[in-house]
Each structure stands twice: as structure tokens, then as C-alpha cells.
Design a protein around this ligand. Structure first.
Ligand code: NZQ
Ligand code: ZN
Length: 387
């Protein structure tokens, strides 16, 4: 295990009927006027908008709404909201939706106190020194953004989907009522599940040995996500399974599953290159890219892939190599079973596009920890992912 400091100051309020507490939480920070940020309108269909607004009003909190944050959120929307925040001296952000809304809130929160372009933080040209307090109401479990300090935004003008982070961006309080996720289209539940699994894999297969505690935790999260995603596909309103999936996805990327070991994160880097190219959902991109990455790197760490095979899928027959490969195929079969895409071809990418995607990914520099990946490695992984 590597040395680590674990720090996570986000207060997570989890469970049924918790959204109505938003006003109380915001006012407990002495905040009187907020940006109320959301996506394309799902919050009107499941009652989240009405409940949250009623609670803010009850606590005499003024708000200005900005809507229309899209999946794979874009910098222009962040710029638009920063202007509104600055012009109206808003004191906090209530971010209602999924990772796209919460990540946008993080960029707005940091941009609110910066005179230059918020994109400077992504390019490493400036450091975040102050940020507005953020209060997410999460409506889709996937990214862990509700309890971590990172975000991902697409700079559509430059064709870059990049991440940024600062300990100042941990949400103050996040509200997670799994029951409101019953309205998710099945593919979104699936995207969330794949994203949660992928966050665990990035840490699990990062290359650090002697991390038994973390591995056991990872394996618990993986098994829980697989089990409850299957249930939710049949029964989307199953509250117990919604809760299990939601808490698993939070644990997958609130830092606790990552401590004491390096993460790899090259599959995420490659996926961001894919989704900046054709705007597919992050989880769908990962279902395609991550098993391809696994195929490319598994021989670097056969012991770990054998452990994965045995502990997750109960694969005990064959050589170490065979078990690892079988586990990767079983994971792919699971993704197919739950309706996730498993090839780039299926999502409209053509063979001739792979060069462009590899070049886009390469703008991030060399990727990976288990195996360092140059641009040509990325291209080979994209070829495996193609069909
Ligand atoms: O926009 P609305 O109408 O709200 O619809 C959303 C959106 O279309 C819909 N939705 C959300 N809750 C719903 C619902 N529909 C019905 N009922 C509900 N209860 O779901 C769609 C997807 O929402 P989005 O926020 O895009 O999903 P997700 O949470 O998966 O976020 C994905 C973004 O987060 C980034 C991804 O790259 C992507 O841009 N990531 C952020 C990370 C982080 N901050 O730590 C890490 C991740 O690895 C990831 O990169
Ligand atoms: Zn992810």
C-alpha cells in the first residue's frame, strides 16, 4: 500500500424524501441567493424541481435559474452561467442533475472568482484559489461527482474534453435520493453502472500491489453494481436496488476506493477522446473502451486479472492468462446483456476516424499507470474496440 492522506469534507445526505432538506442545508451556510442549475428538463418530470424550489422558498433563499446543461457539458454554458453569477453576486450553486450539471457547477464555482477564462484551470495555466459553495441534488448515479473534487468539461471550440480539480470544489452538502432515479431511461441506468464499474477498475488495475483492503472493497462494489443493475433493468422502481447502485457509484469515486494505490485512468482518457468526437454518453464509451484496454494490457499484470476472474466471475479453470481473458470476455458479455454498446462501430465511428480520435486523445499526453500508453498504443486499443 502506498502512503496516503484521505480527505473528503462533503456531507452526503442519502435516502428517500431528502430533497426537501435542500433549503435548510443551504441556509445553514448563511447563503441567501443561489444559482439554480439544471439540465434539459428531466427534473420537471420526476418532481425534483418542485420539491427543491419549494424548499428554497420556504427558507427565503432567492435563486436564478440556468437550465440546458447538456450531457458532456460544454464550456460555453459554463461561461454563460459565470456571467450571471458575477452580475448578480450569487453566493452558492444548487446543482440539480447528474455529473454533467455537477461538473458544470464546479467550473462555474471556480470561475466566479477568476478574472481570466475558467479554461485556464484545465490547461494548468492558473490555480483555483477560491470557489463558491456547491450543493448538488443528484438525479443519476454514475460519476461520483457529488462527493469528489473533480470535473470534466468539453471545450467545444478546441475539441478538448478535459478534467480539472481542486480540494476547494468538494460539494458542501450533496443530496442523493435514489427514488428519483426511477425515471431514468434504462440506457442511462446502464451508463451509470458502467461508469461506476470503470472507476473501480481504474484503481483496481492501476498497477500497485499489496492493496488487499482496497481490492476487497473494489470487488464488493463491482459485485454489487453487477447484481443490482440486473435487477433494475427488470424493475426500474426497485428502491433497494436503486440505493445499492447509488451508494456503490458514490463509493467508486469519492476517493475511498482509490487510496493507497495509483489509478490508471487511461480508459477514461481514451473515452473522453471518443465522446468529444461523437458526443456519446460517457458510460457507453467506457463499455466499449475499457474491455479493449484490458485486452491490450492484461499480460502486463496476469496475477491481477486472474484474481479478477476468480473473485468476480468465479472463473477457476485454465491458465492464468486464459482466466484473465475469459473474465474480460465475461465483462463484455455483461455489458452486452444490459444493453450497453460494446464496439465503436455500433456508435457510428468509422475505421477512418480512429486516427483522428487517437490524435485527440494524444493531446492529453502519455496516458496510464499500469502500462504507459503513447499515441500508437491508443490507436491499437481503438482498433480492438472497433468491432
Ligand atoms: O438533462 P436532463 O433532462 O436532466 O437529462 C439527463 C441527461 O440526459 C438524464 N437524467 C438525469 N437524471 C435523470 C435523467 N433522466 C430521467 N430521470 C432522472 N432522474 O440523464 C442524462 C445524463 O446525465 P449526465 O449528467 O450527463 O450523466 P452522468 O452523471 O453520467 O454525467 C456524465 C458526465 O460526467 C463526466 C462525464 O465525462 C460526462 O461528461 N464525468 C465526471 C466525473 C467526475 N466529476 O468525477 C468522472 C467521470 O469519470 C466522468 O468523466
Ligand atoms: Zn467515468
Amino acid at each position: 500500500m502506498l502512503n496516503f492522506t484521505y480527505y473528503n469534507p462533503t456531507q452526503l445526505v442519502f435516502g428517500k424524501d431528502t430533497i426537501k432538506t435542500i433549503g435548510n442545508h443551504v441556509s445553514s451556510f448563511g447563503i441567501k441567493k443561489v444559482l439554480f442549475l439544471y439540465g434539459k428538463g428531466s427534473i420537471f418530470k420526476n418532481g425534483v424541481y418542485d420539491t427543491a424550489i419549494a424548499s428554497l422558498k420556504e427558507h427565503n433563499i432567492d435563486f436564478i435559474e440556468v437550465s440546458g446543461v447538456k450531457p458532456n457539458p460544454v464550456l460555453s454554458k459554463v461561461h454563460e452561467a459565470i456571467k450571471i453569477v458575477k452580475n448578480n453576486n450569487l453566493e452558492g450553486i444548487v446543482a440539480v442533475g447528474g455529473g454533467s450539471v455537477v461538473d458544470s457547477a464546479k467550473a462555474i464555482a471556480a470561475g466566479a472568482f477568476y478574472d481570466g477564462d475558467v479554461w485556464d484551470f484545465f490547461e494548468g495555466k492558473a490555480q483555483i484559489t477560491k470557489a463558491l459553495p456547491i450543493f448538488p441534488i443528484l438525479t443519476i448515479s454514475a460519476t461520483g461527482s457529488e462527493m469528489n473534487a473533480g470535473g470534466v468539461i468539453t471545450n467545444e471550440a478546441e475539441g478538448k474534453k478535459w478534467g480539472f480539480g481542486s480540494h476547494l470544489l468538494f460539494p458542501k452538502v450533496s443530496i442523493l435520493d435514489p427514488s428519483v432515479q426511477a425515471t431514468l431511461p434504462t440506457i442511462q441506468t446502464v451508463n451509470g453502472a458502467v461508469d461506476g464499474l470503470s472507476h473501480v477498475f481504474e484503481a483496481y488495475f492501476g498497477g500497485t500491489s499489496n492493496t488487499d483492503m482496497e481490492d476487497e472493497l473494489s470487488e464488493g462494489i463491482i459485485r454489487t453494481i453487477i447484481k443490482h443493475t440486473r435487477i433494475l433493468i427488470e424493475d426500474p422502481s426497485n428502491y433497494d436496488s436503486r440505493s445499492e447502485l447509488a451508494w456503490s457509484a458514490t463509493l467508486a469515486l469519492n476517493g475511498i476506493n482509490g487510496v493507497g494505490r495509483r489509478g490508471d485512468w487511461s480508459s477514461h482518457g481514451i473515452e473522453h477522446g471518443v465522446s468529444v468526437f461523437n458526443d456519446i454518453a460517457h458510460g457507453s464509451g467506457l463499455a466499449i473502451v475499457m474491455p479493449a484496454w484490458m485486452k491490450y494490457v492484461h499480460s502486463t499484470w496476469p496475477e491481477k486479472f486472474e484474481r479478477f476472474a476468480e473473485k468476480i466471475f468465479g472463473i477457476t479453470e485454465g491458465t492464468r492468462e486464459e482466466k484473465g481473458l475469459k473474465a474480460i470476455e465475461t465483462l463484455r458479455a455483461f455489458y452486452k446483456e444490459i444493453g450497453a454498446p460494446i464496439t465503436l462501430k455500433e456508435v457510428g465511428v468509422e475505421k477512418k476516424d480512429l486516427d483522428f480520435i487517437a490524435d485527440t486523445v494524444a493531446k492529453q499526453g502519455v496516458l496510464g499507470s499500469l502500462k504507459r500508453l503513447e499515441r500508437d498504443d491508443v490507436y491499437k486499443i481503438l482498433e480492438i474496440a472497433f468491432e
